[in-house]
Design a protein around this ligand. Structure first.
Ligand code: MN
Length: 471
């Protein structure tokens, strides 16, 4: 969200030749498959001498390799959002322009009481926006609807739910609903304590943009249950599908289309914005930006670009959730930055002291009793984004202590297909990735760099193939 724009116009076409760029590389798995990394050993506690561990092991263990990409992989960047909102050359579209599978429309039309579930632990702006957007849209059409994201939300996401409509699993009587809809997720075990509800449900729907070839198995839905899925990885955010679904079901029920889309619009816009990192993510599509623009100008902005810019200001201020100074200072003291040799040169590597995280959370709770650890980690991701911007073609890694081991996040300027199926950052889109690895710091980092190297080889081949067919 705070990721800086690198400025300048986006490339209009893939005009850079990469002939010969991938000579000598080998790829053992097809593009788009999940890189598989297994690191043995039980989870370990953060060692007190983390800084020393970084010095001694990280630099020494990461293999230096000849760059595997000689040419420049084109960046697919969109114009800066504020310029796009006022630039007449950037089209604006509305959710009605997106076709919705008829089975999705029919099932939503027929349902009277709908339970909408987003992913949790972690939640993100798209799952919150999608869950609230669908719920609000259905309520505007006279249906009963309840949204669940089963975790305490970090401060930034609390701003997307000002009326505190989201429920926890423990607060919901699942037997009261005739349709269960999962948004932005197709796996029961990523919904917190909603997994058993999903498995027992007899009428289930999935609206998602993450690759899931066998949703019935991933959900644990029984063979006799009705399952209706709309899974399409070409969408940057599930919120785009949700906006379209609200429009379509409003039309199908003869309801007030404008009221339904209007009720969903703030949440849908938030999902589009967050899953594309404010439309700065390398893989973000113009179609998504156009949908955001249509919602911002025509729905939230009252038809005026000034109104749209005001809506964007409010969205960004809410998402920014600025930390108190004392909390931020504590966190910054716990952030370690090192540089490792990666496949494309020097790769910034960031590490986080677990003790600093704990101290900062205690300090934060003096300011806000609802504070959770997620309120704090945004600072590290901002640092990661900044490091990624400075990596000059390399990729920055962030390694943070987590409940079951270490959380490794990666950011880079180059398009990167890294762990799409395990990714929750950036909607699983190129350039943003996350993996959970259970091991100590040094092998985790080495494994993370291996993921980056492998994904870069695959991406180089994919880009070369794209150019060969003249796209
Ligand atoms: Mn998403």
């Amino acid at each position: 969200m705070s990721r800086a724009s690198s400025g300048g116009p986006p490339p209009r076409s893939l005009s850079v030749s990469t002939t010969g760029a991938v000579a000598g590389t080998s790829v053992t798995t097809p593009v788009g498959t999940t890189p598989s990394v297994t690191v043995g050993g039980p989870p370990v506690q953060l060692p007190p001498q983390l800084r020393d561990g970084f010095d001694a092991k990280v630099g020494g263990q990461v293999t230096v390799q000849r760059p595997v990409v000689d040419g420049v992989v084109p960046r697919r960047r969109l114009p800066p959002l504020r310029e796009a909102l006022v630039d007449p050359a950037v089209p604006a579209t509305l959710p009605g322009a997106i076709p919705v599978p008829s089975a999705i429309v029919d099932a939503l039309r027929d349902a009277k009481k709908v339970l909408v579930i987003g992913h949790a632990r972690p939640a993100d702006g798209d799952c919150v926006g999608s869950a609230l957007g669908l719920t609000r849209g259905l309520m505007a059409l006279g249906k009963e609807a309840v949204a669940v994201v089963d975790q305490d939300l970090p401060a930034s996401l609390r701003s997307l739910d000002p009326d505190q409509q989201l429920r926890r699993a423990r607060d919901v009587d699942a037997s009261a609903f005739d349709l269960v809809v999962l948004v932005d997720v197709a796996q029961a075990d990523r919904t917190g304590d909603m997994a058993e509800v999903i498995k027992a449900a007899k009428n289930v729907m999935v609206i998602d943009h993450h690759d899931e070839p066998d949703a019935r198995a991933a959900l644990g839905v029984s063979a006799d249950a009705r399952l209706t899925t709309w899974i399409d990885v070409d969408f940057d955010a599930a919120a785009a599908q949700v906006g379209a679904a609200v429009h379509a079901v409003a039309r199908a029920t003869g309801g007030d289309v404008e009221a339904a889309v209007g009720a969903a619009a703030p949440s849908v816009a938030a999902g589009l914005y967050t899953d594309t990192l404010g439309f700065t993510a390398p893989g973000a599509d113009l179609a998504t930006l156009s949908l955001f623009k249509g919602l911002a100008v025509d729905v939230l902005g009252g038809g005026a670009t000034a109104g749209a810019l005001g809506a964007l200001d409010r969205l960004e201020q809410g998402l920014a959730a600025k930390l108190p100074d004392d909390v931020e200072a504590t966190l910054r003291a716990g952030l370690v930055m090192k540089e490792a040799r990666g496949p494309l040169g020097v790769e910034p590597v960031l590490g986080v002291h677990g003790t600093a995280l704990a101290a900062a959370l205690t300090a934060m709770q003096q300011h806000d009793a609802r504070a959770v650890e997620g309120d704090l980690t945004g600072l590290f991701f901002n640092a990661l984004d900044a490091a990624g911007d400075k990596a000059g073609g390399g990729h920055a890694c962030l390694v943070m202590p987590a409940k079951d081991g270490w959380r490794v996040s990666v950011r880079g300027e180059r398009a990167l297909l890294l762990g799409r199926r395990i990714s929750t950052d950036g909607g699983g889109k190129p350039g943003a990735a996350v993996a959970m690895l259970s091991s100590s710091m040094a092998p985790t980092l080495a494994a993370a760099m291996g993921l980056v190297q492998k994904a870069l080889r695959e991406q180089a081949l994919a880009d070369a193939a794209l150019m060969r067919v003249g796209r």
